[in-house]
Structure formats: C-alpha cells, structure tokens
Design a protein around this ligand. Structure first.
Ligand SMILES: [Zn+2]
Ligand SMILES: [Zn+2]
Ligand SMILES: [Zn+2]
Ligand SMILES: [Zn+2]
Length: 747
C-alpha cells in the first residue's frame, strides 16, 4: 500500500536487472538526488509508461454513467432489509459516480437522506435533502421529501426541547447535588491546547527542549518533571493522504464491474479525515469524497485539481508517492520563490545536512522542516532508489500531459484551474528530485494516522459491548513529532483527532530525560530480535533502548504472554528446542515443536468459536467450544498467555450476548489480567479493556462496580487521549446516567 503495486515493482526490478552494468553504476554512484532522478528519468521509455497506464486503468476512479443506477438499486435492497447503514454507503457510492446537476445525483442524495433519517441522523439527513434539491430533484417526487424534511425538523425541535427540560431539571437539582465524584480527576486534563507553547519549537510544550548532538542527532529533552497525561506536542499534519484501505479489486473480465464493499474511503473525509456517512464527491472523479462542500473546495484549491486527472496512477504508485506529490503541491502554497531556492540547494546536496531551524531560529512545522527530514539516501538499496525515481518520473510525465490537456480544455470548462501544475511542470527538474527525496524520507518519517475503530457487537439495543481496534486511516508527515526518537518501551502516547497528532506523557518523565515514542515495534508486540531486525531494515539504526537492553539479558525465558507451562506442576517451561520445567524438583520436558503445534491447533479452535460469535446465532455452541479451549489452555499455557486472554475475552463477549452480565464480567476480569501483564496497568490497551468492563457492569446494573470501573477506565484513557475522546465521553454519559438513577422517563 505504501509502495507501488507488486506488478509495477517487479516490472521495474526486472528493468533494473537488464540495464547495462555501466548504467547501473551511474545510478548507484550518483551523489545527489537530483542526479539519481535525472539518470532514472532518462531511462523511462514509452513502453514503461504504457505498462503503468494499463495497471492504472484497472482502478475505477472516473465517473461511470452506469454506476449510479446500479448502486441505487443495491442500496434500495439493503434499505428494504432494514440495513440502513449498508444502504447509506451504497448510495454514497452512487453519489460519487454521478455528475453534478443530474437526476442521478439528486436521486442518490434523496435516497441517502431517507436512510440517514432511519439511522436517526437528522442533521445530515437535512443536508442531503438540501443537496438533492440543489442538484435538481424532480418536481414529481418533491412531496415525499418535504414530508421527511418536516419530520426531521420536528424531531430535532423535540430533541432540543427535551435537552432544555433536562437542563432545567439539573438547575433545580443544584441545591441538592447528586454528583459524588470529586472534580479532582478533571484538573490537568483540560488542556486540549498546549498550556504554554515552546519558544524554540512550534506545536510543542514549554516542558521540552530540542538538543542537537553531532553524533546522536537531535532529541527532545524534558526541561522539568512531567506528569502522565501532560500534553507535549500538538501538531497538524503538514501533509496527509487517506489510505485507500482494502483496495478495490482491479477489474478483469470475471469480476463484477462495480465494487460494493465498504472502505475507509467511503466513510472518512479525504481532506480532514473526519468520519461521516454523508460525503460529498469531487465533481471530476469518483474516488475523492469529502465531509462538506468547504473541504472539497479547499482540497481542490490546494492539491486535488492536480491530482484528480491522474486517475488510478496514484493508487498504482502507492501512498508514499501520493504523499510525496501532495507535499510538493502544498509547498507551492508557501513562499514559492524561497522554497525553490532552498530546494535547489537541498536536492543537489549530499545526504549530510543536519536539520536546521528557520531563519529566526525557531523549528516550525512547515515545508522547510519537512525538507530537512533525513532521506537516508545512502542506506536505501540501488533497486529501491531506482523504483522510487522511476515512479516519480512517470508521475511527472503524467502531470505534464494532464496539465497540457487542462490548458487546452480550460477555455470551455467552468471549473477554475489552479495555476499550480503548469508552473510545476516547467520546474520538474526541481520538483521531481524533491518528490524523490520525500519518498525516501517517508520510509523513516511517515507517521501512520490511526484511529480507534469500534465494532459494536450488538444483538439487541440493550446488549452492547464495543470492541475497539486500532486502524491505520492515513499516512502523514509531522515535522515536530518527527523530532522524537524511538524506544520499544516509550514514555509517551500518540493519538489523532482529524489530522492533528497529540503526544502525551504516558508515565512520569523526570527533568533531563529524553521524550521517546515508538515507531511501531513495541516491546509488547514483538520479541527483542524481531524488533531489532525491523528497526535496522526500515529505520537504519540499532536500537539500544532500555527494553532492548533488558530484553537481550532475559531472552531465554521469553515474555510471559508467550510462555508455556509444565502440565505437571504449572511452573513455566524454559529452553530453546527442548523445554524443561523451571522447577528444580520437576523433571518434565517437552519439544518446542510439539508445544507450538498444540498452540496452533488451539488457536484454530478459538478462531472457529470467534467466528460463531460474530455470526451471533450459535452463541451457546461457541461457549461450549471456548470452555473446551480454556480447559486445554490451562494444561500447557501460562496463565498470562495472550491466547488465554483471547479465550477469556471471547467468553465475556458470549455471555454478554446472552445477557449473563456476571459471568461476562468474571471472564473479562481474567482477560484484563493478561492485558495488564503484557501492556502494563496504565497502557491504552488496558484503558480499552476497562472500558469494555465498565459497559458490562453498566448493562448489568451493577452500579458500584460500574462506577468504580468507569473511574479506572477514565483515569487510564485520559492519560492517552485527554477529554475530547469518544470513549471518555461515553464513560461520562454512563456515569451521569448511573448517578441519575432511578431513570426519569423522557417526555
Ligand atoms: Zn473534511
Ligand atoms: Zn477528483
Ligand atoms: Zn528497543
Ligand atoms: Zn514441572
């Protein structure tokens, strides 16, 4: 997904292997990015471009006139099955394939408004009604839609009234407050903004300082003692590109022409990454979708006018190439003359420059900082550099071709063209190498923008347990966050809202200590050898963090969440190929192969039970299976083994589905113990697990336990996310609901 698709990759690699040795040497020994780009670019042949064009045409990103009707009919089917969410997404796909001001688009908007109405999303429903009318909704159908509009307004009005009533009630209760929780928890977390901004680094708090060491490079150091939860960096991405997620299958004769699967691209704004069920499409393609007309216009002005005509090429060349292009398009919005001057210096430089501050000595989150992120040109393999350079060269040629076309047609079209592209093509000897530099930088500096996606296991309105999963939504560059060095056991936690990254201390950090975050290989996810290997191959350094130092010493025993135990005495087993019981008086031993195959067998059975649970019909059967698994696990896995946790978690889900809250809570507590051992008591994983437990107690009306767990969950989640977080808001709602008991029926 980050790099170009496999077909293009292997095509380029083959091309490379067939090049004369002397040409290879020229590219390999080229000292500047500019030279690498120019050499590679001169090797790009028309047949290479044809091949790439064929690959790109497989992605359906244009507007297909037959598609709106197809998606509308598919949506209507879902609507009839009362799957309003499914219907909404299909109407969205219909909308994005329709041209503006056509009956197609107005019908799709109108149908989507009906689905949104059923989902209780009255505000967005009203927006879609307006959009349908704007695009010429047929007169003969107006009446039905007007009725819906009226109903929406009435419901929204009622809702406002009832909120008003509740507020009044609260005011009356003021003399006799029922709130039992001290406000102490909330202090210190109000800071959605930085308390005091750093003078030296934009977007950072004054509790840190930037140190530069000629050997170690730069690092962020605490200037005073920092408490868990303190906001350290809050930075908007300089550039970000939504990850296409599960790629639409490229068309071949056998597959159905139009894709009905839901991807993140259907649910999140392609500019601001906001979640929405009611996107507005780009007028020129079916791929880009936005949360609002405003976002669409901004994206168009800043970069999409150049990206739109490229069609499937950007999907073929991968997210890194796309980020690289967008970064240069955004750079042109800054002081162009200044940027080009700097660029000329930078791309003809060798890869030795240290990050510099701006003229005024301040490190700003801007293109200058992006430009100075290290590309590690010498560490990349020649093949990789060639792949990136050739891809960028192909992209530049397409940009040129597209801009020529828009120049000739712009006289007729009413769409205002940004003047970016023509100028950029004239300077492709500058922007090409700049894009190449960004592509190489991204391997070490790309920041995955993740969100916690909650899957609600909902069997009825009452039995709701949410399962949260971290999902990579987009890829971006954050020059200030990039100042942080890596640790496999970091002292910070990064979270995202829209395109803004927030770094908080996840534990106490003493004055003078370095602020560290994890680039991906976290000690709770990988063993020390695997981490070291990954960091060396992707980030070009040998990790010497505390976790790695300790890990090397303890490598023999392995982490507890992967440990086997003696089936005779329960002690942990130790060893490599043959494991023996850790208790001196016990002579039990077993081969690792044997234990691993038992583990795999068990994993398979657990997977089967989880599948049954997801289907939601054979819950009792799933429980039987899981209890069998649990019994087996006890005989050879440590009590903190991650699979044991998974089994307990699944049992908790299953009992919750049956409404047996007590059993559900008992199992979730066991799963919680495993999470605690693996990720630590104040980890974000622990927060999500506590959130689940709070839901279970809440649904089971176990009031004291629920309040207690809500408080614990809140405490952990606040450290990582601050107040604005959805789960925290949900916890607050649960709390006020419990404290308001007995419930007052709504009027
Ligand atoms: Zn948006
Ligand atoms: Zn477009
Ligand atoms: Zn490490
Ligand atoms: Zn033993």
């Amino acid at each position: 997904m980050d790099l170009p698709v496999d077909e293009w990759k292997s095509y380029v690699l083959q091309k490379w292997s067939l090049l004369p040795k002397s040409t290879q040497v020229t590219v390999c020994t080229a000292e500047t990015l500019s030279d690498i780009f120019l050499h590679s670019s001169s090797l790009l042949q028309p047949e290479d471009e044809m091949f790439l064009k064929r690959l790109s045409s497989g992605y359906l990103v244009g507007k297909d006139p037959g598609a709106p009707l197809f998606y509308r009919e598919q949506g209507n089917k879902k609507f009839q099955e009362k799957d309003y969410m499914g219907a909404t997404v299909l109407y969205t796909k219909g909308v994005s394939h329709s041209r503006p001001n056509t009956e197609d688009i107005s019908l799709c908007y109108a149908n989507r408004s009906a689905a949104l109405f059923r989902l209780g999303q009255y505000e967005t429903c009203l927006q879609d009604i307006t959009r349908a009318q704007m695009h010429g909704y047929p007169e003969r159908l107006q009446l039905k839609m007007m009725l819906r509009k009226a109903e929406c307004l009435v419901t929204l009005g009622k809702r406002q009234e009832s909120t008003l009533c509740r507020l009044k009630r609260k005011v009356q209760e003021k003399e006799n407050p029922t709130e039992t929780f001290p406000a102490a928890l909330t202090t210190g977390f109000e800071d959605m903004n930085l308390r005091e901004e750093n003078e030296q680094i934009s977007c950072a708090s004054s509790s840190v300082t930037l140190c530069t060491d000629p050997l170690k490079g730069r690092s962020l150091i605490a200037t005073k003692d920092i408490l868990p939860g303190e906001l350290l960096v809050r930075e908007e991405a300089f550039v970000s590109v939504l990850n296409p997620g599960e790629m639409p299958p490229r068309r071949n004769g056998l597959e159905s022409k139009w894709d009905t699967r839901v991807t993140n691209g259907d649910l999140y704004c392609h500019r601001c990454l906001k979640h929405t069920l009611a996107t507005v499409p780009c007028g020129g393609c079916s791929y880009a979708k936005y949360c609002s007309q405003e976002c669409m216009q901004q994206a168009w002005d800043l970069y999409h006018s150049a990206e739109c005509p490229l069609g499937g090429l950007l999907l073929t060349l991968g997210v890194f190439c796309h980020v690289a292009l967008r970064a240069t398009l955004l750079a042109r919005c800054e002081d162009v003359g200044n940027v080009t001057r700097k660029l000329c210096g930078e791309i003809s430089n060798r890869d030795i420059c240290l990050p510099k501050s701006d003229v005024n000595g301040r490190y700003e989150s801007n293109y200058n900082a992006v430009l100075h992120l290290l590309p590690h040109t010498r560490n990349h393999s020649p093949e990789h550099k060639f792949l990136c350079a050739l891809s960028v060269a192909a992209l530049c040629r397409q940009l040129e071709a597209a801009s020529l076309q828009t120049l000739t047609t712009s006289l007729k079209s009413s769409q205002p063209e940004a003047a970016v592209v023509p100028a950029m093509c004239q300077e492709s000897h500058i922007w090409g190498p700049a894009m190449l530099r960004h592509m190489l930088q991204l391997q070490c500096n790309a920041q995955a923008i993740t969100i916690i996606q909650q899957t609600v296991n909902q069997r009825s309105k009452e039995n709701i347990i949410t399962d949260s999963r971290q999902v990579r939504l987009a890829t971006g560059l954050f020059p200030v966050v990039s100042l942080l060095n890596h640790s496999c056991s970091p002292n910070t936690s990064v979270s995202f809202v829209s395109t803004v990254a927030t770094v908080r201390a996840s534990q106490p950090i003493g004055e003078g200590q370095e602020i560290l975050h994890c680039y991906g290989p976290h000690e709770s996810r990988m063993g020390v050898a695997e981490r070291q290997q990954k960091l060396r191959s992707q980030y070009f350094f040998d990790c010497d963090c505390l976790a790695c130092q300790n890990g090397k010493r303890r490598a023999a025993a392995g982490p507890r969440w992967e440990a086997f135990r003696c089936h005779r005495c329960g002690e942990l087993m130790q060893g490599d190929d043959v494991l023996s019981c850790g208790r001196a008086s016990c002579t039990e031993s077993a081969s690792r192969d044997h234990l691993v195959s038992r583990l795999q067998d068990l994993q398979q059975r657990v997977g089967k039970a989880q599948k049954l649970l997801r289907n939601g019909k054979l819950t009792e059967r799933a429980i039987q299976l899981l209890l069998g698994c649990q019994h087996d696990a006890e005989s050879f896995l440590s009590a903190e083994h991650s699979l044991v946790g998974e089994i307990e978690d699944a049992l908790a889900q299953a009992y919750a589905a049956l409404g047996d809250w007590q059993k559900s809570a008992a199992h979730l507590r066991k799963s919680l113990r495993v999470v605690e051992v693996r990720h630590g008591p104040s980890s974000v994983e622990m927060g999500h697990e506590l959130f689940k437990l709070a839901q279970i107690f809440f649904n089971g009306f176990a009031i004291p336990e629920a309040l207690n767990t809500i408080q614990k969950a809140e405490k952990v989640l606040l450290v990582h996310y601050g107040r604005g977080n959805d789960e925290i808001q949900e916890l607050q709602k649960m709390k006020s609901c419990l404290l308001d008991l007995p419930p007052v029926p709504e009027g």
